[in-house]
Design a protein around this ligand. Sequence first.
Ligand SMILES: [Zn+2]
Length: 320
Amino acid sequence: MDSVYEDVRSILENRRIRSEILQQMKSEKILLDHPEIASLEQQIASAKEQMLLESLEGNSSDRQALELKDLEKKKADLLSSFGVDPKDFQAVPFCSKCGDTGYVVKTTKDGQQREELCECIRSLLAPVMLSRSGVEKYPGYSFDEGAERFYESAPAMQELYGKLRQLAGKGKVPNAVFYGSSGKGKTFTAVAIAREYARSGRSAMVIRQAEAQELMMEHRKVIQSFYTPRGKEKEVEKKVGYLTECDILVLDDLGVEARTANTEADLLNLLDTRILSGKTTIITTNYDMESLKERYGGRFFDRIDRNFRMFPFSGSEKAL
Ligand SMILES: [Zn+2]
């Protein structure tokens, strides 16, 4: 397993332990300050025990139940007379959303319950995800830069940009091809989306298609060769693993890479794996759809056609 997730889990574990210790100290202090509460606590504990014993022996425990109710009421009154909140006896988690478990249960639109990573985990993951993503090579390519203003004379583009921004915040951008001539903000928008994913603790990667192809070639070499130094093998495996599994992959500038015997096969393989595991891929290209079809052939185009949305980047906006 990726060590960053283990690190984050141990941070959560420490938070849980810390809040339990704090809670114990707090309870002990309250009981020390108010011995009357401590004595009632003891009576409550023994009433509970008695109830259990009676029920084990098959006797009615109604009397103990009444007694217990009475004691609980006395305790509540006593607490309020001392101005002590009953919640002071409960542990206060660092994160109230997930109780430091790291997961929250969300109900999806179709009524299904699904576990999701809590925001507290995401914010712990964010710095790592940002540094791994490669977006730092594109300073200023971010939704913070207010690129809407560049699209003032292209309302359709402005709308698309706004929608993608919203979806990026939720981690729900669909597979997409951004195409059109250069200088229309394709890479800008794609990187801004990847940055948004990484900021919310999702794994993201921005890579030029030429580099991705080289990486996949290297991976094949490693697999086929009789001997590769262990460090090198691990490094390539790790990079290819990230390329395949990250939550969002931006393949930038498809079409300018050199053609090799395996270009199409590698690309298809990568896309298929990502489509199967439901991970988002954004491709940017200066080619139009017809030229892409010509260059990469029917199978590739078929995959794109079925699983990707095509967004033409056009209009008379200023270059981004
Ligand atoms: Zn949380």
